[in-house]
Ligand binder design. Structure first.
Ligand code: ADP
Ligand code: MG
Length: 240
């Protein structure tokens, strides 16, 4: 579903991603780990063109998104993204946050949009919070609204950039549980996280990045038990 070939990304003269080649199959859950500053966020942001790759090729669902004439707006309904800091619209209720984009893009009438949004919120366990504003929701609830909102466009891929890193510890599980449920539905997911337990349990594959490179990838059980590279070993010793 996602094919990345020789991806490079530089900011001014600083090379942040180097020679990244990777594939994600339909329905696969890939967790990306690595030290801070290793390029994980930039990699994810290249996958939905929030950053423009300097060179290399990315295809999603067979379409070359790095082709010069590709319209990035096409990706907004194809690839959903969830950020560390939620990025909800503060002046909209949970329901309004969730239905804003689908209503616009799909030309839904009011009632259909409301039903659709309520169903999405129920899916993330927030059926009773539809009319709350973000400032009245906990961090975990906000992040679940953000997930529902991303799902609203019926994406074929969901990207998560440290979705639980800004949460109080007691709220991490409720968000990871929603992600786990989503994985069970067969959603294709690429997740940057420091939650190694989650990676072990839910990921089909782990990708380890360091200094802008994809250093190693593998099936989680073998990767965590015996990483092949010295850099992955050192990283795991620090975080496990
Ligand atoms: P990670 O998510 O693994 O912590 P990032 O992808 O955020 O890493 O960052 C990788 C490197 O790229 C860091 O050195 C960071 O400072 C740099 N970087 C990220 N975004 C920008 C930007 N917009 N402009 C300049 N440098 C950036
Ligand atoms: Mg990051």
């Amino acid at each position: 579903m996602i094919v990345v070939k020789d991806l490079y990304k530089s900011f001014k003269e600083v090379q942040v991603l180097k020679e990244i080649t990777a594939e994600v199959a339909e329905g696969e859950v890939v967790v990306v780990i690595g030290p801070s500053g290793s390029g994980k966020s930039t990699f994810l942001r290249c996958l939905n063109l929030l950053e423009t790759p300097t060179s290399g090729k990315i295809t999603i669902n067979g379409e070359d998104i790095t082709a010069p004439r590709f319209n990035p707006l096409k990706l907004r309904s194809e690839v959903g993204m969830v950020f560390q800091h939620f990025h909800l619209f503060p002046h909209m209720t949970a329901l309004e946050n969730v239905i804003y984009a689908p209503k616009k893009v799909r030309n839904m009438d009011k009632k259909a949009a409301r039903d659709y949004g309520t169903e999405l919120l129920a899916k993330v366990g927030l059926g009773d919070k539809a009319h709350e504003y973000p400032n009245r929701l906990s961090g975990g609830q906000k992040q679940r609204v953000a997930i529902a909102r991303a799902l609203g466009m019926k994406p074929s891929v969901m990207l998560f950039d440290e979705p639980t890193s800004a949460l109080d510890p007691e709220m991490v599980k409720e968000v990871l549980d929603v992600m786990k449920d989503l994985a069970k539905t067969g959603m294709t997911m690429v997740i940057v996280t420091h939650e190694m337990g989650f990676a072990r349990e839910v990921a089909d594959r782990v990708i380890f990045m360091d200094e802008g490179r994809l250093v190693e990838e593998g099936e989680p059980t073998s990767f965590f038990a015996a990483p092949g590279s010295k850099r992955a070993k050192e990283f795991l010793q620090k975080v496990l």
